[in-house]
Design a protein around this ligand. Structure first.
Ligand code: CO
Length: 279
């Protein structure tokens, strides 16, 4: 086994999205598609009411992507054009495949302690699935498998670890997405397919990733070669592990839409204007 080495580390930027929501963005959709098949990684982290009221993300469309919301504290109330509504509570995951189109609203709510803490990952869809049926996979916290081994606790959202499969299935990018927590003085390694994009979002503690010290909060981007990820820690560390197969298709992102050509984006905007976006 060869360890994946670090390509570079991204320090998340503070950005304002929706109706004035402050969040930490590691990367967003871009034509260069550097993190193919992943398009965006946002971290909601509000502590104390200093940020004022949380206004959330009022009704907005998506086409051509999947959005994955994982909450650790606080909740997100959601509602969409297909008639779905519900609340993503602490420890829950919502994997939303927009396909050809949905309109939805996402409203974060503080926990009793006043905090909101969670992540949203955007995963691309291959050209052949961009105009498919919208679909939701809602995973309640108590149905997410927990794998514990040698001081490592993994909450597995998608993919397979040690013969355990995550509850989210049939995703084109064959992603491995998990919340990995290492106790002080422990180490962890996991196989990763060579050629898959591999990222680690370190949000608590300090760890040594392939021999390099990484402190929270950082997005670690790994080089393509190597078939294993190795992490060690003295103080303890927690990170979101993200891996997936690149589609290697051109992308044209435009706000909440990610298509393959400028014409497809223009068609999307036309449909929104003339009221035929939702079919
Ligand atoms: Co959205």
């Amino acid at each position: 086994m060869t360890n994946r080495t670090i390509s570079h580390i991204i320090e998340p930027n503070l950005v304002i999205e929706g109706a004035g929501v402050l969040l930490r963005r590691s990367f967003g959709p871009h034509v260069t598609n550097k993190f193919d098949p992943f398009l965006l990684f946002d971290h909601f982290a509000f502590n104390n009411p200093i940020e004022g009221p949380i206004r959330g993300f009022p009704t907005h469309p998506h086409r051509g992507i999947e959005t994955v919301t994982y909450m650790l504290e606080g909740t997100v109330r959601h509602r969409d054009s297909l008639g779905n509504m519900g609340t993503i509570a602490e420890g829950d995951v919502q994997w939303m495949t927009s396909g050809r189109g949905i309109l939805h609203e996402e409203m974060p709510q503080r926990s009793a302690g006043g905090n909101i803490y969670g992540f949203q990952l955007w995963v691309n869809l291959p050209a052949a699935q961009k105009m498919g049926q919208p679909r939701y996979q809602e995973v309640a916290a108590d149905t997410i498998p927990v794998v514990e081994k040698d001081g490592t606790t993994i909450r597995l959202v998608a993919g397979e670890v040690d013969g355990v499969r995550g509850p989210v299935t049939e995703i084109a990018a064959a992603p491995l997405y998990m919340d990995v927590k290492l106790a002080p003085g422990s180490q962890f390694s996991t196989p990763v397919p060579s050629g898959h994009t591999v990222l680690a979002y370190v949000f608590e503690g300090v760890g040594e990733f392939s021999g390099e010290v990484v402190e929270s909060v950082s997005m670690v981007v790994f080089n393509d070669n190597g078939d294993q990820l190795e992490v060690k820690t003295d103080a303890g560390v927690r990170f979101m592990f993200i891996a997936g197969a690149p589609f290697k298709e051109p992308i044209v992102p435009y706000g909440p839409f990610v298509m393959n050509t400028v014409e497809e984006i223009q068609e999307t905007i036309r449909e929104l204007r003339n009221g035929t976006f939702i079919k």
